[in-house]
Ligand binder design. Structure first.
Ligand code: ATP
Length: 237
Protein backbone atom coordinates (compact mmCIF):
# COMPACT_ATOMS: atom_id res chain seq x y z
CA UNK A 1 0.00 0.00 0.00
CA UNK A 2 1.16 3.56 -0.70
CA UNK A 3 2.66 5.34 2.25
CA UNK A 4 1.29 8.73 3.30
CA UNK A 5 4.25 11.07 3.68
CA UNK A 6 1.96 14.00 4.47
CA UNK A 7 -1.51 13.74 5.94
CA UNK A 8 -3.67 16.76 6.80
CA UNK A 9 -6.79 16.06 8.80
CA UNK A 10 -9.52 18.63 9.40
CA UNK A 11 -7.26 21.66 9.34
CA UNK A 12 -8.82 24.99 10.34
CA UNK A 13 -6.61 28.05 9.87
CA UNK A 14 -7.59 31.61 10.76
CA UNK A 15 -6.14 35.06 10.09
CA UNK A 16 -7.59 36.97 13.04
CA UNK A 17 -11.33 36.44 12.73
CA UNK A 18 -11.20 35.26 9.12
CA UNK A 19 -11.25 31.53 8.57
CA UNK A 20 -9.01 30.82 5.56
CA UNK A 21 -9.03 26.99 5.78
CA UNK A 22 -12.13 25.01 6.73
CA UNK A 23 -11.61 21.41 7.72
CA UNK A 24 -9.00 20.75 5.06
CA UNK A 25 -8.15 17.08 4.74
CA UNK A 26 -5.69 15.94 2.12
CA UNK A 27 -2.79 13.59 1.83
CA UNK A 28 0.29 13.10 -0.28
CA UNK A 29 1.79 9.67 -0.77
CA UNK A 30 5.56 9.26 -0.91
CA UNK A 31 6.70 9.67 -4.52
CA UNK A 32 3.56 11.39 -5.76
CA UNK A 33 2.98 14.68 -7.50
CA UNK A 34 -0.15 16.16 -5.95
CA UNK A 35 -1.58 19.48 -7.04
CA UNK A 36 -3.87 21.85 -5.23
CA UNK A 37 -5.79 24.07 -7.62
CA UNK A 38 -8.25 26.86 -7.02
CA UNK A 39 -8.93 30.49 -7.79
CA UNK A 40 -7.55 33.63 -6.15
CA UNK A 41 -7.97 33.69 -2.41
CA UNK A 42 -9.23 30.10 -2.20
CA UNK A 43 -6.64 29.15 0.42
CA UNK A 44 -3.90 27.46 -1.59
CA UNK A 45 -0.99 29.48 -0.21
CA UNK A 46 -2.42 29.27 3.29
CA UNK A 47 -2.44 25.48 3.02
CA UNK A 48 1.28 25.43 2.20
CA UNK A 49 2.05 28.01 4.90
CA UNK A 50 0.16 25.92 7.43
CA UNK A 51 2.16 22.83 6.50
CA UNK A 52 5.50 24.63 6.67
CA UNK A 53 4.64 26.24 10.02
CA UNK A 54 4.42 29.89 8.95
CA UNK A 55 0.85 29.99 10.17
CA UNK A 56 -0.51 27.76 12.89
CA UNK A 57 -3.76 25.89 12.43
CA UNK A 58 -6.36 26.46 15.11
CA UNK A 59 -7.36 22.83 14.99
CA UNK A 60 -6.68 19.66 13.07
CA UNK A 61 -3.65 17.53 12.53
CA UNK A 62 -0.67 17.48 10.14
CA UNK A 63 1.20 14.21 10.09
CA UNK A 64 4.56 13.96 8.36
CA UNK A 65 5.63 10.33 8.11
CA UNK A 66 3.18 9.69 10.92
CA UNK A 67 4.55 12.39 13.26
CA UNK A 68 2.50 15.42 14.28
CA UNK A 69 4.17 18.59 12.96
CA UNK A 70 1.44 21.23 13.28
CA UNK A 71 3.28 22.91 16.15
CA UNK A 72 6.67 23.06 14.50
CA UNK A 73 8.41 26.28 13.51
CA UNK A 74 9.25 26.84 9.83
CA UNK A 75 12.97 26.13 10.26
CA UNK A 76 12.13 22.83 11.94
CA UNK A 77 9.85 21.66 9.14
CA UNK A 78 12.52 22.72 6.64
CA UNK A 79 15.21 20.77 8.46
CA UNK A 80 12.98 17.72 8.63
CA UNK A 81 12.75 17.64 4.83
CA UNK A 82 9.80 19.82 3.81
CA UNK A 83 10.93 22.56 1.44
CA UNK A 84 8.59 25.45 0.67
CA UNK A 85 9.17 27.60 -2.40
CA UNK A 86 6.82 30.52 -1.73
CA UNK A 87 4.71 32.45 -4.19
CA UNK A 88 6.62 35.29 -5.80
CA UNK A 89 9.88 33.37 -5.34
CA UNK A 90 11.41 35.46 -2.54
CA UNK A 91 15.03 34.91 -3.29
CA UNK A 92 17.48 37.26 -1.56
CA UNK A 93 17.78 40.00 -4.21
CA UNK A 94 20.98 41.60 -2.89
CA UNK A 95 22.86 38.33 -2.47
CA UNK A 96 24.60 36.65 -5.36
CA UNK A 97 23.16 33.55 -6.94
CA UNK A 98 25.83 31.47 -5.22
CA UNK A 99 25.07 33.01 -1.82
CA UNK A 100 21.36 32.36 -2.37
CA UNK A 101 22.11 28.68 -2.98
CA UNK A 102 24.36 28.52 0.07
CA UNK A 103 21.52 29.92 2.20
CA UNK A 104 19.49 26.88 1.20
CA UNK A 105 22.07 24.64 2.85
CA UNK A 106 22.49 26.80 5.97
CA UNK A 107 22.43 23.79 8.25
CA UNK A 108 25.27 22.00 6.43
CA UNK A 109 28.69 22.81 7.81
CA UNK A 110 30.76 20.61 5.48
CA UNK A 111 31.74 22.80 2.48
CA UNK A 112 32.32 19.73 0.33
CA UNK A 113 28.72 18.59 0.79
CA UNK A 114 27.46 22.07 -0.03
CA UNK A 115 29.52 21.98 -3.23
CA UNK A 116 28.21 18.55 -4.19
CA UNK A 117 24.64 19.66 -3.70
CA UNK A 118 25.28 22.77 -5.76
CA UNK A 119 26.61 20.60 -8.59
CA UNK A 120 23.35 18.65 -8.51
CA UNK A 121 21.36 21.86 -8.73
CA UNK A 122 23.43 22.82 -11.79
CA UNK A 123 22.45 19.53 -13.45
CA UNK A 124 18.83 20.64 -13.36
CA UNK A 125 19.48 24.32 -13.94
CA UNK A 126 22.66 24.78 -16.03
CA UNK A 127 21.78 28.46 -16.44
CA UNK A 128 22.31 29.04 -12.74
CA UNK A 129 25.90 27.91 -13.00
CA UNK A 130 26.62 30.63 -15.55
CA UNK A 131 25.23 33.27 -13.21
CA UNK A 132 26.82 32.46 -9.87
CA UNK A 133 28.26 35.88 -9.18
CA UNK A 134 25.24 37.82 -10.40
CA UNK A 135 22.97 39.53 -7.86
CA UNK A 136 19.82 37.41 -7.44
CA UNK A 137 17.50 40.37 -7.91
CA UNK A 138 18.89 41.12 -11.36
CA UNK A 139 17.98 37.71 -12.76
CA UNK A 140 14.91 37.33 -15.01
CA UNK A 141 11.65 36.06 -13.53
CA UNK A 142 12.22 32.56 -14.88
CA UNK A 143 15.81 32.48 -13.62
CA UNK A 144 14.67 33.62 -10.18
CA UNK A 145 12.09 30.84 -10.09
CA UNK A 146 14.80 28.35 -11.00
CA UNK A 147 17.05 29.82 -8.32
CA UNK A 148 14.25 29.59 -5.75
CA UNK A 149 13.73 25.91 -6.59
CA UNK A 150 17.51 25.37 -6.65
CA UNK A 151 17.84 26.92 -3.20
CA UNK A 152 15.12 24.60 -1.89
CA UNK A 153 16.94 21.61 -3.40
CA UNK A 154 20.10 22.55 -1.49
CA UNK A 155 18.50 21.12 1.64
CA UNK A 156 17.77 17.82 -0.09
CA UNK A 157 14.11 17.83 0.74
CA UNK A 158 11.85 14.81 0.86
CA UNK A 159 8.88 16.98 -0.09
CA UNK A 160 9.06 20.01 -2.34
CA UNK A 161 6.10 22.37 -1.97
CA UNK A 162 5.86 24.84 -4.83
CA UNK A 163 3.52 27.84 -4.70
CA UNK A 164 2.56 28.93 -8.21
CA UNK A 165 5.90 28.38 -9.90
CA UNK A 166 4.41 29.39 -13.25
CA UNK A 167 3.25 32.81 -12.13
CA UNK A 168 4.20 35.64 -14.47
CA UNK A 169 6.44 33.48 -16.64
CA UNK A 170 6.44 33.05 -20.42
CA UNK A 171 4.85 29.78 -21.62
CA UNK A 172 8.16 28.31 -22.76
CA UNK A 173 9.73 28.89 -19.34
CA UNK A 174 6.66 27.46 -17.64
CA UNK A 175 7.07 24.32 -19.73
CA UNK A 176 10.73 24.02 -18.72
CA UNK A 177 9.84 24.41 -15.06
CA UNK A 178 7.14 21.76 -15.26
CA UNK A 179 9.58 19.41 -17.00
CA UNK A 180 12.04 19.91 -14.16
CA UNK A 181 9.33 19.28 -11.58
CA UNK A 182 8.66 15.94 -13.29
CA UNK A 183 12.37 15.12 -13.33
CA UNK A 184 12.75 15.93 -9.65
CA UNK A 185 9.81 13.67 -8.93
CA UNK A 186 11.38 10.89 -11.00
CA UNK A 187 14.46 11.26 -8.81
CA UNK A 188 12.29 10.48 -5.78
CA UNK A 189 11.20 13.88 -4.47
CA UNK A 190 7.53 14.07 -3.50
CA UNK A 191 5.85 17.17 -4.89
CA UNK A 192 2.98 19.28 -3.59
CA UNK A 193 2.22 21.84 -6.27
CA UNK A 194 -0.10 24.82 -5.87
CA UNK A 195 -1.21 26.29 -9.17
CA UNK A 196 -3.69 28.55 -10.87
CA UNK A 197 -2.49 27.06 -14.13
CA UNK A 198 -4.79 24.10 -13.60
CA UNK A 199 -4.32 22.38 -16.93
CA UNK A 200 -0.55 22.19 -16.74
CA UNK A 201 -0.59 21.20 -13.08
CA UNK A 202 -3.15 18.43 -13.59
CA UNK A 203 -1.23 17.19 -16.63
CA UNK A 204 1.80 16.30 -14.54
CA UNK A 205 0.03 15.40 -11.29
CA UNK A 206 -0.84 11.92 -10.10
CA UNK A 207 -3.71 13.40 -8.12
CA UNK A 208 -5.30 16.75 -7.53
CA UNK A 209 -7.49 18.59 -5.04
CA UNK A 210 -9.72 21.55 -5.78
CA UNK A 211 -10.02 24.18 -3.06
CA UNK A 212 -12.81 26.76 -2.99
CA UNK A 213 -13.38 29.27 -0.21
CA UNK A 214 -11.06 27.37 2.10
CA UNK A 215 -12.70 23.98 1.52
CA UNK A 216 -11.71 20.98 -0.55
CA UNK A 217 -14.59 20.52 -2.97
CA UNK A 218 -13.26 17.86 -5.32
CA UNK A 219 -10.37 15.44 -5.59
CA UNK A 220 -9.26 12.72 -7.93
CA UNK A 221 -6.62 11.52 -10.33
CA UNK A 222 -5.00 14.28 -12.39
CA UNK A 223 -6.24 12.66 -15.59
CA UNK A 224 -9.82 12.43 -14.29
CA UNK A 225 -9.90 16.01 -13.10
CA UNK A 226 -8.77 17.33 -16.49
CA UNK A 227 -11.83 15.65 -18.02
CA UNK A 228 -14.19 16.78 -15.27
CA UNK A 229 -16.81 19.20 -16.64
CA UNK A 230 -16.98 21.32 -13.50
CA UNK A 231 -13.23 21.82 -13.59
CA UNK A 232 -13.19 22.53 -17.27
CA UNK A 233 -15.78 25.27 -16.80
CA UNK A 234 -14.21 26.82 -13.73
CA UNK A 235 -10.47 26.50 -14.32
CA UNK A 236 -9.64 25.32 -17.79
CA UNK A 237 -11.75 27.71 -19.87
P1 ATP B 1 -3.80 33.45 -4.49
O1 ATP B 1 -3.74 32.54 -5.63
O2 ATP B 1 -4.49 34.75 -4.80
O3 ATP B 1 -2.51 33.60 -3.74
P2 ATP B 1 -4.67 31.53 -2.50
O4 ATP B 1 -5.62 30.46 -2.92
O5 ATP B 1 -3.27 31.17 -2.33
O6 ATP B 1 -4.84 32.77 -3.46
P3 ATP B 1 -4.55 32.49 0.21
O7 ATP B 1 -3.43 33.45 -0.04
O8 ATP B 1 -4.27 31.25 0.93
O9 ATP B 1 -5.27 32.13 -1.15
O10 ATP B 1 -5.70 33.29 0.96
C1 ATP B 1 -6.85 32.65 1.52
C2 ATP B 1 -7.69 33.71 2.25
O11 ATP B 1 -6.99 34.17 3.39
C3 ATP B 1 -8.01 34.93 1.43
O12 ATP B 1 -9.31 35.35 1.74
C4 ATP B 1 -6.99 35.94 1.89
O13 ATP B 1 -7.46 37.26 1.76
C5 ATP B 1 -6.82 35.58 3.35
N1 ATP B 1 -5.45 35.89 3.82
C6 ATP B 1 -4.29 35.41 3.34
N2 ATP B 1 -3.23 35.90 4.02
C7 ATP B 1 -3.76 36.70 4.98
C8 ATP B 1 -3.20 37.51 6.02
N3 ATP B 1 -1.87 37.55 6.22
N4 ATP B 1 -4.04 38.22 6.79
C9 ATP B 1 -5.38 38.16 6.61
N5 ATP B 1 -5.98 37.43 5.65
C10 ATP B 1 -5.19 36.71 4.85
Amino acid sequence: MAEKILDLQNIDTFYGGIQALKEISLHVDAGEIVTLIGSNGAGKSTTLKTISGQVKPKSGSILYNGTEISNRAPHETALSGIAHVPEGRRIFPKLTVKENLEMGAFSVKDKRIVKERMERVFQYFPRIKERLSQQGGTMSGGEQQMLAIGRALMMQPKILMLDEPSMGLAPIIVEQIFEIIKELNNEGITILLVEQNAFQALSIADRGYVIQNGKITLSGLGKELIDNEQIQEAYLA
